[in-house]
Structure formats: C-alpha cells, structure tokens
Design a protein around this ligand. Structure first.
Ligand code: ZN
Ligand code: FE
Length: 755
C-alpha cells in the first residue's frame, strides 16, 4: 500500500478535472481525494503501487477533453488511511493560476438541445462539464458557481442532482442550468414584453424579413442580419457607418461553409474545434453570399455557432424559414470595445438595429470573437480573444515577480506576467476615447485580481499621449516604457520562447520613435535588455497629419515631390493622385512643412504604393489600401523573380527606388498586378538586405508589426532570410499587429525586474 500526492498544473479548472479524476480512481479502486487549489489540482492516491501508477498514467493520457496539462508533480507521502475517494470543495491558495477561456457548445449538448425528450430541449444556456462560458462569467477564482455570474440562478433539484453526481455529464459543471432554473432571454425595452420562446421567434422573424438584430452572446453583443440579402447588409453598413470593411459571417453548419468557401483540412479542424474563431477562407466563385458582406475581397471571415442561443437563431421549432448564413459583426461603435450589457446596447447600438435580444446572465469580462488567418498551413492570428485568452505563454527562462503591460493604442490588449507565465488578455479594442481607456483599466484590474498578481511595475509604450500609457500612469505603479517596434519584436520572441539576440524586422503602421519622429519600417538589433536601430526605410514627409493615414494619395504626392522635384506635378497628374484641390496646395504644405511629420512608417508606404498603382487612393479603415494591394499582387502569375539592385544606403533602405519603379511601370502601361507583386518583392529584398548587412554575426531574425499580416510580404521576407542562412521567428497564435505588443512589453518588464 502506498500514497502518492499528485499536483496537476495547467488548464485544470472548469474543465471537469475533478470528476474525471474521480472516475479514473473508481475504475482502479484507488482511494484518496482530489481538490481544486486554484493554480493546480491536488490529488492524493492510495492503493497498490502498480495501481497508483496506472492511475497517474490515466490522468496524464486521458484528461478531460478541454484540459491542458502543462506539468505533473508526483511525490510519495505519508498519509492517513482513506475509506473512499472523495472530492474536496475548493480552498483558496495563491501561485500560478490558469483561467480557462470560454468553450463552444459541444456535440453532446447540441444533440440534447434539439432532443424533444430532453429537459434542456431548446434551452438557450445549455452547457456541460466540457463546454460553456468560463472567462466571461468569472468574478474570481477558484472557478465555482458562487464566484460566477451564475450565482444568482439557484439550481433546481434536477440540475443539482446532476451537478453532484460523478456519473453525469454535468458533474461539477459550474454554469449548469435548465429551462426551469437558468437565465432567460428577452427582447430589450419591449412593449409586448416578449420573453423566452416568444423573444427568439420574434428575432428570427425580424432577421428572416431582412431586418437587423442585436444578439447578446458569450462575450458581448453581435449585430446580425441575413448575409444573402444585399439590401439588409447594405443597410447595416449605412447604420454602422462602415462603408467597406468586411463583416464576419456565422454559418449554420459545416455544409453551408463547404458550399460557400474553399477549405483545407487544417482549417476544418479549427472551424469545428472548441474555440470557434472567425477564420478567413477563400470564397467560392459561385457563392451567393451578398457582395456587400466583403466588397472587393476574395476572402470571407467565417465562424460556426458557438453559443446555444446562436444555434437556436438558425434552427427552432417555430416554422420560420431562416437563412443559413448571417452577418455576425461585433455590436459596438467602430473600433470601440464590444457592448456587454443592456445599457451599453441601448446607448451605442440601439440605432443600428431593429430589435435587441438580450438575457439576464451578466457578462463580466468581454471577449470579442478571435480572428484567424493561416500561413504555411498554420494559424496566423489577427485577433486573439475568445477561446484563447487568457491562456498563458510559459517562458523557459525563470522569472519571478509580476508586471502588467498596457499594450498599444489600437487593437489594444494588455498582458499580466506572473513569474514565467505571460497572460495576454482578450481584445479590448481601439482606445481612441474614454470608453476604451476605461474598459482597459477595468479589465486590467479584474485580471490582476483574478490571477492574484501583485505587479510591481506597469509597462507601456513610449508614446507620450497614448491612452494606454495614461492608463498605465493612472495605475500608480512605477512605469517602464518600451519603444513600440521593439515591443513588436519582443512579442515575437516571447511567442517563440526565444531569449537570445535577434535581428528584428518590424514593419508596421506607426509608432513613436526614440527621436520623436514616427517610426514603422525598422531593422532593429534586439536583446531582452535593449535594442539598437540598425536601419529603417527612407524617411518621408507624412503630410496632412491624421488624415494621411486615410488618404494614401497625400503620402504618394509627398514622396513624388521628394523624388522628382519640379517633375512631380506632371507625374502626379498623370497618375491621378491629385484627388482634391490642386497640386500647388500639396506642394506648399510639403515645402513649408505645414502639418507634416517625418515618418518611416511601412504602413503608409503601402498606402502610397496602392495610390500610385491606382488600386486605392484612400481608405475607410486601417489596412484597406494595403490589403487591396496584396490581393492584386496575389493575382500575378508570371515570372516571380525580379532584378533588384542593392537597396541599402548606409542605414537607409532606398524605398524611393521602389516608388520610382512603380511610377515607371505605370507610365509604360505595365500590368498593375505585376507591379503590385514587384512592390512586395522589392520591399522584402530591401529589408532583408539591410538585416543581412547589419546582422554582425546574429543568425536569427524575427518578423513582426502590422504589415506582416500581409502573407505575401511574410513569405518573401522569410525566403530571402532563410536563403541567407537565417533562422526566422514568426508569429502564429499572437498577432503581428498591435494586438500583440503587450506580450512583448511584459517580457521586457519581467526581464528588467529580474536583473
Ligand atoms: Zn456540453
Ligand atoms: Fe504597431
């Protein structure tokens, strides 16, 4: 007879770890106990040694479906004699804590949802031990019902029985409920007070008739309408003041996806997996999805229903014929944090829709849908949020202490680091106004409490007037500031668990440089301690201030004035770049430095190139002109290798030669698709040449920054560097855009406080 104590670390809370362990114990006649201690599950196992070891193997090899075991720690212990195997209620401890993300409805629950004989038939909140909301309903750890927003819904005797019976699928499932005891859906501010069935039927009617509905989901509200109805989608665009940025769609099931999109095997497993992010898929030519969903875009952002209520919107027993594909876009004011309660919805999105379907289960932490692209057969994250946040990254290097990193200004996320674990948050959004900043402050505080972290420093961007930097200042903690593009590279290093020196290529929109100018096309030598700016793209005049980030033609005119001097006017006119006013005005602004800033932004270089090639002169959302340029280049199928001279001039990448090439090509009437491809090719060459020339013995490169969402640019840069003997670190599950920089900031902070 022997007793062993087993500590299981990882995602072990809220995934049915204790009941699974109890079942394994019963199957082998093991006695002892299991308890949930916050950061880990602790098991005492008593029995014959061979049986105990079999039991340990069983836990390791057959954990609950949603668990992620990071580490098991086994010790022989003296112990009392146990009579049985028992589950001990939660006690609180501190240490490393793993919070489970929300989990999409599982197949068993989906079957029950439509089983007339089941007591949860059509119950909008059905869930079980291995599916349902987690992070979004959590107030504190350990994960028990009384510390979630389910605490106000006492279980009925039937649910209570299942909750306590290890033989059921709902044993220890904190949000368990049914039609008798669960939350209720209803129409917000409805004179007819439609609730439950009536509310769902009414919303289905509105959508089926071409209307727009706001629907409260797991992590916030969505706006939904028929994705096959061009007029409905056009109206949503008009109401939301969103002329062309693609909308995501939710499709009824996998068949509907196969009908409309081209899908690879590696994408399929993610489409149907338990995170259910929005994934970007190539749209089939014969797809009947309204053009307005993603105008001029060969891709569709697609997800499957992940909340039972969403399934009920597609399939219900009221005889209404519903479209099999709905636009499902975040219910928010453009760029701002998603609405999560009824007051938000009334204030911000009521005028965008015909009806609001809400419910009385509180959302405590927002979680936007994650958005995933793919690169080289692997996920290439654009927005890491629901389903993934706040799963931590574990650094091999031992750090101790804690910091909180406040991220950037657009696509904000923050990151709490505790010892060697870094927890990137769910998506907050753009911090262009107070709501964004307040959402950041509130969520950061909540996450610090949840993780029982005691950060000693706040880490933020160098930019003096970012709202994220202000939030960091207002935390009252001493500040550590990190340059924006260095933070991008650090984030790529953190994701790859790489702590050596790298040559970072940070191609990005804009960020504040150490010299007070705008940076964004940077070659940086980076270590965990510091960075050195080795090179950058040719500085240009960013004319027109903030407007220029929407109007690429302004940057193009400014670049052409620098390159061609007196000849610029003729070139600009022939390229159609003077969109408003006269060339003279732009020239005067340029020459007299009116409302101008010096910039090396690669994002703006893309915008200018897009304008010169006549692809997009201006844009209604960030990245529109660059994405259109990338799509155009992807259409090119000719010779893929071009003559390209050395573009490095000291520490400057001679981007003017790229621009000149585009202008020449346009004047000769060359194929725009070829020129678009050549732009990518030359840019990748230029940054690689600089990296190679300046590497000084470093043989590892890291690619980050928003421009590396561009997969053609990524591919061409990666190839060039590999061909020259470099190991190349890329992003995968952490976005290369500003949504990723908090992780880099956190790594920098942890390294600082440990030195
Ligand atoms: Zn389930
Ligand atoms: Fe950035």
């Amino acid at each position: 007879m022997i007793t062993k104590r087993i500590k299981v670390y990882g995602i072990v809370q809220g995934v049915g770890m204790r009941p699974t362990v109890a079942r394994h114990a019963a199957s082998l006649g093991i006695k002892g106990s299991v308890s949930n201690l916050g950061p880990y599950v602790e098991i005492y196992a008593q029995g014959e040694e061979t049986q105990v070891d079999k039991f340990i193997d069983l836990i390791r090899n057959e954990p609950p479906k949603r668990a992620a075991i990071l580490k098991m720690d086994v010790k022989v212990k003296d112990a009392e004699v146990y009579d049985d195997f028992s589950i001990i209620e939660s006690a609180k401890t501190s240490g490393e804590i793993f919070v489970s993300p929300d989990i999409a409805i599982c197949d068993e629950c989906l079957t029950e949802l439509y089983d007339k004989s089941n007591k949860r038939y059509l119950h909008p909140f059905i869930n079980c031990t291995c599916c349902g909301p987690r992070l979004t309903i959590l107030e504190a750890l350990p994960y028990d019902r009384e510390r979630t927003s389910m605490k106000v819904f006492p279980m009925c005797p039937d649910c209570e029985k299942e909750y306590h019976d290890p033989a059921t699928r709902r044993y220890d499932a904190q949000p368990v409920c049914c039609n008798d005891c669960g939350p209720e859906v209803f129409i917000l501010d409805d004179e007819q007070n439609r609730r439950g069935r009536d509310a769902i039927t009414y919303v289905r009617e509105v959508i089926a008739n071409g209307g727009i509905a706001a629907i409260k989901g797991i992590g916030g509200f969505h706006l939904a309408c028929n994705a096959y109805d061009n007029e409905a989608v056009r109206r949503l665009r008009e109401l939301k003041h969103r002329p062309s940025k693609p909308f995501a769609v939710m499709m009824r099931n996998e068949d509907e996806v196969l009908k409309n999109c081209v899908i690879e095997n590696y994408q399929r497993s993610i489409l149907t997996g338990h995170q259910k992010p929005i994934i970007l898929l190539a749209r089939k030519e014969d797809s009947k999805i309204a053009e307005q969903v993603a105008p001029d875009n060969p891709m569709l952002g697609v997800m499957l229903p992940y909340a039972p209520l969403q399934s009920l919107i597609f399939d219900y027993d009221d005889g209404i014929k519903m479209p099999a594909c709905l636009v499902m876009t975040s219910g928010n004011l453009s760029g701002l944090p998603i609405c999560r309660n009824d007051d938000d919805a009334r204030r911000e999105i009521a005028s965008y829709c015909d009806v609001i379907l809400t419910h009385n289960r509180r959302i405590i932490i927002r979680a936007d849908d994650s958005v995933m692209d793919f690169y080289d057969g692997k996920p290439y994250m654009i927005r890491r949020s629901r389903g993934y946040a706040p799963l931590p990254y574990m650094m091999t290097r031992p750090f101790s202490g804690s910091v909180i990193a406040y991220g950037g200004e657009l696509k904000n996320t923050f990151c709490v680091a505790v010892n060697s674990l870094m927890y990137p948050s769910s998506y907050i959004g753009d911090l262009t106004d107070l709501k964004g900043k307040n959402a950041l402050k509130e969520s950061a505080e909540r996450m610090i409490n949840l993780l029982e972290a005691k950060p000693s420093y706040a880490v933020c961007d160098l930019h003096p007037s970012y709202n994220s930097s202000e939030a960091a200042e207002e935390s009252g903690l001493p500040l550590i500031r990190v340059q924006h593009h260095y933070a991008h590279i650090l984030s790529c290093m953190a994701e790859n668990d790489y702590t050596g020196d790298v040559i970072g290529i940070s191609l990005d929109g804009t960020g504040y440089g150490t010299d007070g100018t705008i940076w964004g096309g940077e070659i940086l030598k980076c270590s965990l301690d510091d960075f050195e700016r080795l090179g950058h793209i040719r500085p240009f005049l960013h004319t027109g201030g903030d407007i220029a980030s929407r109007e690429g033609f302004r940057i193009a005119i400014s670049m052409l004035i620098d390159i061609y001097g007196d000849g610029a006017e003729d070139k600009c006119n022939r390229l159609g770049l003077v969109r408003q006013g006269s060339f003279k005005t732009y020239k005067a602004m340029h020459d007299n430095r009116i409302n101008t800033a010096v910039s090396t932004s690669c994002g703006r270089l893309f915008d200018a190139a897009s304008a010169i090639l006549g692809i997009r002169y201006e844009q209604s959302f960030e990245g529109e002109a660059a994405v259109a340029l990338e799509f155009k280049a992807m259409e090119y199928e000719g010779e893929k290798v071009f003559d390209c001279e050395d573009l490095t001039h000291g520490d400057v990448i001679a981007t003017e030669k790229i621009i000149t090439r585009l202008v020449d090509g346009m004047e000769k009437g060359e194929d725009v698709r070829k020129l678009a491809y050549e732009f990518h090719y030359m840019l990748a060459k230029g940054v690689s040449q600089m990296a190679i020339a300046k590497a000084g013995g470093i043989k590892t490169a890291a690619l980050s920054g928003g421009c590396y969402q561009n997969k053609l640019l990524t591919k061409l840069t990666e190839k060039e560097l590999r061909d020259n003997g470099f190991k190349v670190l890329l992003h995968s599950m952490v976005p290369p855009n500003d949504g990723g920089i908090a992780l880099g900031q956190a790594l920098y902070g942890m390294n600082r406080i440990n030195n």
